[in-house]
Design a protein around this ligand. Structure first.
Ligand SMILES: Nc1ncnc2c1ncn2[C@@H]1O[C@H](COP(=O)(O)OP(=O)(O)OP(=O)(O)O)[C@@H](O)[C@H]1O
Ligand SMILES: [Mg+2]
Length: 477
């Protein structure tokens, strides 16, 4: 069913139109530009029917704003009888058509049906364009498929083979692996190779939302389903229809949402919160977690039946330490990426730096390596990138060799701190280094979603050192 947003400042007109049109269209209502835009930005609206005269607002402004969003609706304007000039002006600005008030409801319905057909033709056109673009990219081999997964190790080859094998199927896939091992990258590769890459892949981070928000994000809700549900909301499953949904950090979802998700997977239907009308959805589900789901099942924190549904195909991402032979290839790739991003000359890593990279245990996996190389690129003002340009932890006496299996040994605070103070700093470089350090710290916090313990680990410093540096940032002396 096509979605229709009706905008009129008169309640009776809005309600009347809704009553006349709700059989044919999924209707949303708004009385001002502000309300209308907030719906247009959060819901996939196909058709917009708006009055040109809105109390305090000008319908023409709404038209301009609505047509400027990424997937604009087809707009039909309502104008007062006799104001053909404004109607013509609206069409010049991109409106599809107009109707005159007083409204003839049959005429409105007919026009909207035609608008809806034009909208689906438009959608087909966009899809075809995507497909053509995709074929072109395939021919030019620039797809974000397997080639974005860097690594020649046997462990990585196995992952690539599995991805190639399962991508074209509709099988549900569970990607497990430590943080930073490339789970999200693999999910994107699977979608790209799925044979339906023109369809969308929607990503939902299950850890980022409260249980109630997550539920309505995934399944949608009806107007009035709970306090604050002032409009109907189409959930991610419905939006992803025909494509892929990637549920990241699936280990974090609460019991009630687990039950609902199980129903979606077994019956291939969703029910919006506040409604018991099942809606068919055809969505490929990929999930990822850095937890061991089987363990959560045995602890009773994750439903076993859901686990079986999700675990149709399991891809276990190797840690970087398990594929140490890939470190140098990855480092070279990141070197190219960050040199060009920072508009710097591509410089080689010194032999010492390479051997440091090779022997480190990389508890934060590829993400940690990537950050370390970015640090090196930004810090080096010489013709090479040496150990002195890499983050502290690689040069630290705390440096853990690959085979020590010392991933979880806590860093000694005293040593760490005194080490940081011993860093040789030429005074004229001090200021720049401070600024760069801030950038690296901010980035680490962003990467870890403000988890300070994780961020400290990623940076290879103690949590206390990080706290101190953050305090310096907040109140510089
Ligand atoms: N094989 C790889 N080749 C190139 N880049 C990689 C590879 N694996 C990971 N990366 C890069 O490392 C970073 C982390 O990857 P990604 O976000 O996919 O990890 P993740 O397993 O989802 O981590 P988390 O559990 O913390 O969400 C990204 O910048 C990604 O591009
Ligand atoms: Mg991830």
């Amino acid at each position: 069913m096509a979605t229709l947003l009706i905008v009129d400042d008169e309640k009776s007109t809005r309600d009347g139109l809704r009553m006349a049109l709700e059989e044919e269209f999924d209707c949303y209502l708004a009385s001002s530009i502000k309300e209308a835009m907030s719906i247009l930005k959060s819901e996939p609206i196909d058709l917009l029917l708006t009055d040109l005269r809105l109390a305090g607002d000008n319908g023409m402004d709404l038209l301009d704003q609505a047509l400027a969003i990424p997937q604009p609706p087809v707009a039909v304007m309502m104008t007062a009888y006799g104001s053909v000039d404004t109607a013509v002006e609206a069409m010049r600005r991109g409106a599809w058509n107009f109707v005159t008030k007083p409204l003839n409801l049959d005429e409105v319905e007919l026009l909207l049906k035609r608008a809806s057909r034009s909208r689906s033709l438009e959608k087909d056109k966009v899809r075809l364009e995507h497909e053509v673009k995709d074929l072109r990219e395939k021919a030019g081999n620039r797809k974000h498929g397997l080639e974005s997964l860097i690594g020649k190790s046997a462990a990585m080859q196995k992952v690539s083979e599995l991805v190639t094998q399962v991508a074209p199927t509709r099988a549900t896939i569970l990607i497990e692996g430590e943080s930073g091992t490339g789970k999200e990258l693999v999910a994107h590769a699977i979608h790209q190779l799925s044979g339906r890459p023109a369809e969308k892949m929607l990503v939902v981070n299950c850890a980022a939302l409260s249980p109630q928000l997550l539920e309505s994000e995934l399944f949608g809700h009806e107007k009035g389903a709970f306090t604050g549900a002032s409009q109907r909301r189409i959930g991610r499953f419905e939006q992803a229809n025909g494509g892929t949904i990637f549920l990241d950090e699936i280990g974090e979802i609460d019991q009630a949402t687990q039950v609902k998700l199980l129903r979606v997977l077994s019956e291939r239907t969703v029910e919006r919160v506040g409604s018991n009308k099942p809606i068919n959805v055809d969505v490929r589900v990929i999930t990822a977690t850095n937890k061991n789901l089987r363990e959560l099942v045995s602890k009773g924190e994750f439903r076993e039946d859901l686990f079986f549904r999700l675990n149709v195909v399991r891809i276990l991402m190797p840690t970087l330490c398990q594929r140490a032979e890939d470190v140098v290839i990855l480092a070279q790739a990141f070197l190219r990426e960050f040199s060009s991003e920072n508009q710097k000359k591509l410089k080689p890593l010194t032999d010492d730096a390479l051997s440091k990279l090779r022997s480190y245990s990389w508890p934060g996996n590829v993400r940690e390596l990537r950050t370390a190389i970015e640090h090196g690129v930004v810090m080096s003002n010489e013709d090479v990138i040496g150990c002195q340009h890499l983050p502290y932890f690689l040069n630290s006496s705390e440096h853990k060799p690959t085979l020590s299996a010392a991933q979880s040994s806590p860093l000694s605070v005293q040593k760490e701190d005194s080490h940081a103070e011993q860093m040789p700093l030429a005074s004229n470089e001090e200021f720049n280094l401070h600024v760069l350090e801030l950038q690296v710290i901010r980035r680490a916090l962003r990467e870890t979603k403000d988890n300070r313990t994780e961020a400290a680990r990623l940076l290879g410093i103690s949590r206390r050192t990080l706290q101190r540096k953050l305090k310096d940032i907040e109140s510089p002396s």
